[in-house]
Design a protein around this ligand. Structure first.
Ligand code: BTN
Length: 244
């Protein structure tokens, strides 16, 4: 079921309410604009009206909570496939854990929010923002964000792109729920299209900063960073900053 709205504060918030009210898995909330679109780590998501895609899915994965963070990368694979099919020259890259970049600029972001109160069935709201037909960006987004229109010179059908993302996600999601071995079935695709692969990054962790070269993505979805002394370290969450 697709719920379409002209304007919402955040499709993630509306989807969360629907899910808490018992909405079936697969419900989709779409908005033409958002007044309080959210990004990861407390950031906001710029959501001008009528040009881009902002949507959230209600999912009820039958998996232990520890595997839920893998969903972000699974969505990234679905997005990557849909975008590659849309335009073979686009060459989108997956920036662990939740961005799709083109030419080093952000095209799309994913925000998964999990609800896991002990007395209720847990659910996940998976929010996706894609810059589709936006003509340009201002301020701090100028130079760091991009859109499909800016990259391809074409106006892209938003309903067709939404349908394509959902159609690519469905078989991936089903397979993921049946897999014993986490994300191994898409590990090569994640690594081959990883923006950070082979780059030097730093990640803030509880015990300080970890610095090293990204050498892979583990089947669990963790980022593998190999430190200068050759030790591979796994990072489960956070943000990897590129070092020059
Ligand atoms: C990020 O890159 O930090 C994640 C951005 C996620 C934005 C989408 S737009 C639809 C959904 N509703 C929100 O409020 N956020 C997500």
């Amino acid at each position: 079921l697709i719920h379409w709205h002209r304007s919402l504060e955040s499709t993630n918030s509306t989807a969360r309410l629907l899910a808490a009210g018992g909405a079936d898995e697969g419900a989709v909330v779409v908005a033409e604009s958002q007044s309080a679109g959210r990004g990861r780590l407390g950031r906001s998501w710029d959501s001008p009206s009528g040009v881009n895609l902002y949507f959230s899915l209600v999912l009820r994965p039958q998996l232990p909570p520890g595997r839920i963070p893998q969903l972000t990368l699974l969505l990234a694979v679905a997005l990557h496939r849909a975008l590659t099919l849309l335009d073979g020259e686009l060459r989108p890259a997956i920036k662990w854990p939740n961005d799709i970049l083109v030419g080093g600029r952000k095209l799309s972001g994913i925000l998964c929010e999990m609800q896991s109160e002990a007395d209720r069935a847990h659910f996940v709201v998976a929010g996706i923002g894609i810059n589709v037909n936006q003509a340009g960006f201002e301020g701090e987004l100028d130079g760091t964000a991009t859109s499909l229109r800016m990259e391809t010179g074409r106006t892209i059908s938003r309903p067709a792109l939404l349908a394509s993302v959902l159609n690519h996600l469905e078989p991936l999601y089903d397979r993921w729920q049946q897999e014993e071995d986490d994300l191994r079935f898409v590990q090569k695709e994640l690594e081959d299209n990883a923006f950070l692969q082979g780059r030097t990054v730093s990640v803030e962790r509880m015990h300080g900063t970890l610095e090293g070269t990204v050498t892979g993505i583990a089947p669990t979805g963790e980022l593998i960073i190999t430190t200068p002394d050759g030790t591979p370290c796994r990072v489960a969450s956070g943000e990897a900053r590129l070092r020059k």
